[in-house]
Design a protein around this ligand. Structure first.
Ligand SMILES: Cc1cc2nc3c(=O)[nH]c(=O)nc-3n(C[C@H](O)[C@H](O)[C@H](O)COP(=O)(O)OP(=O)(O)OC[C@H]3O[C@@H](n4cnc5c(N)ncnc54)[C@H](O)[C@@H]3O)c2cc1C
Length: 404
């Protein structure tokens, strides 16, 4: 058959499909099933919500991909049969020797009574735009940021948003008090307590109040009811949406107990031969640290989806060349943590480190903010075919090798 079907063309899916195209002979088909032709650089939602970006600056068209030899199927994947390795859309069934599932997450505010009607969010392009409009007209008061469920994409994002919003309101002299409510014990718990404490101190120094280990029960009027019996009063409510595996995944036999797809952490294989899953849709266990009550899994971040896509593409290409798959994902990654005032921190390391992740955080500075800007530019250039994949890899490894 000589066909690989990649389902989902976000960070992980795009990298996988384009890397496959580069590595495979033109007799091989690379099919990419993606519901939307517009690719968005999601990390810039943080800048969008405070007016530092406009949508046009961070959205790129991917409908040119067929020119690069990728069969782009613009449509909804409605079924995945991992036994037969067939992906269904309303129009067709597509079979492959390999299926790579990179469908990300489904996000909504409707899991908590009252949240949908009351809260703003910045986990979608439209949501971030609406939040910017709301912040513009906000005259000051209590801002509550609630994390409505775990896990969620980009564990640093709520804390970055709090700091960016603090700066936005302070510069406009709109007296405000910002509070974060989260079920987490400290920020970014997978990175360990030291990083969590450092980030907590960073936000508290800027007057942001941190309320750990509370769940949002409901929203009534201008009050959030919390699991500890307290209420959080607000004038502006911002929620990190509840994240689920996409419905097509939850309905498929690939789904594990929580809907996410269990994978081997190093090879990204699922329990079905020839079927891989990567990025946010996967539950990637952290080796050696499985706890039956709370399985510790890799945080959901684009940097991991990206590197996993490279590993999967390389191993599929090896298979077609008759070689053993030899590439392994190593759990290394990093992120820029925007703190406002044109500065960012930089953190990351080895999440597969034993007995605990070996993770570091660099002092915030302008250079990390510029680093994120450079990455945004390079990534978007690559999406529209004007920059090479090597230019992104070179950037990523220069930061990782030098600073982690
Ligand atoms: C505000 C914010 C800031 C972030 N900042 C960072 C950061 O600084 N660094 C970082 O590493 N990560 C960051 N992330 C996380 C990062 O965006 C995700 O981890 C990453 O996009 C995951 O990649 P993915 O390929 O798994 O999924 P996605 O990129 O979400 O791609 C999934 C794709 O599947 C498509 N799809 C879904 N369902 C279907 C279907 N049924 N049929 C067809 N197509 C479908 C979607 O349209 C989408 O294109 C941030 C996230 C947010 C929300």
């Amino acid at each position: 058959m000589n066909t690989v079907v990649v389902v989902g063309g976000g960070v992980g899916g795009l990298v996988t499909a384009r890397e496959l195209r580069k590595r495979l002979h033109s007799d091989h088909k690379v099919v990419l099933v993606e519901r939307g032709a517009k690719h968005v650089f999601v990390p810039s939602f943080l800048w969008l919500l405070v007016g530092l970006r406009e949508p046009g600056q961070i959205v790129r068209d991917i409908s040119w991909l067929p020119k690069q030899g990728i069969d782009l199927v613009l449509g909804e994947a409605v079924s995945i049969d991992p036994d037969k390795r067939v992906v269904g859309t309303p129009e067709q069934e597509i079979s492959g020797d390999f299926i790579v599932v990179a469908l990300g997450t489904e996000r909504s505010l409707d899991g908590v009574p009252g949240l949908q009607e009351t809260a703003y969010e910045f986990y979608s392009l439209e949501g971030a735009q609406r939040l910017y409009a709301a912040l513009n007209s906000f005259q000051g008061g209590r801002v509550a940021i609630v994390i409505a469920g775990l896990p969620y994409s980009c564990p640093a994002a709520p804390y970055e948003a709090a700091l960016l919003i603090e700066e936005f309101l302070r510069r406009r002299k709109r007296e405000s008090e910002i509070s974060i409510y989260t079920p987490e014990p400290y920020p970014m718990p997978t990175a360990g307590p030291e990083i969590g404490q450092a980030l907590r101190e960073m936000i508290e120094r800027r007057g942001v109040r941190f309320h750990p280990q509370v769940r949002v029960v409901s929203v009534e009027g201008n009050k959030v009811k919390l699991s500890n019996g307290n209420n959080a009063d607000f004038d502006l409510l911002i929620a990190i949406p509840v994240h689920k595996a996409p419905e097509v995944v939850r309905r498929s036999p690939l789904a594990g107990p929580n809907g996410w797809i269990p994978i081997d952490p190093q090879t990204l294989t699922t329990q079905y031969e020839g079927v891989y899953a990567l990025g946010d849709v996967a539950a990637c266990p952290l080796p050696g640290r499985f706890n039956p009550d709370v399985p510790l899994v890799l945080p959901k971040a684009g940097v991991f989806a990206h590197r996993q896509g490279e590993v999967v593409a390389a191993n599929i290409a090896s298979f077609y060349k008759g070689a053993a798959p030899s590439h392994l994902f190593d759990g290394k990654g990093f992120c820029f943590i925007e703190i406002g005032e044109g500065r960012a921190g930089f953190g990351g390391g080895e999440f597969f480190g034993m007995p605990k992740p070996k993770v570091y955080m660099r002092q915030p500075g302008r250079q990390w903010h510029w680093g994120k800007e450079l990455f945004e530019k390079t990534w978007l250039g690559w999406v529209e075919g004007k920059r090479s994949a090597e230019s992104i890899s070179a950037l990523m490894s220069s930061w990782a090798d030098k600073y982690l």
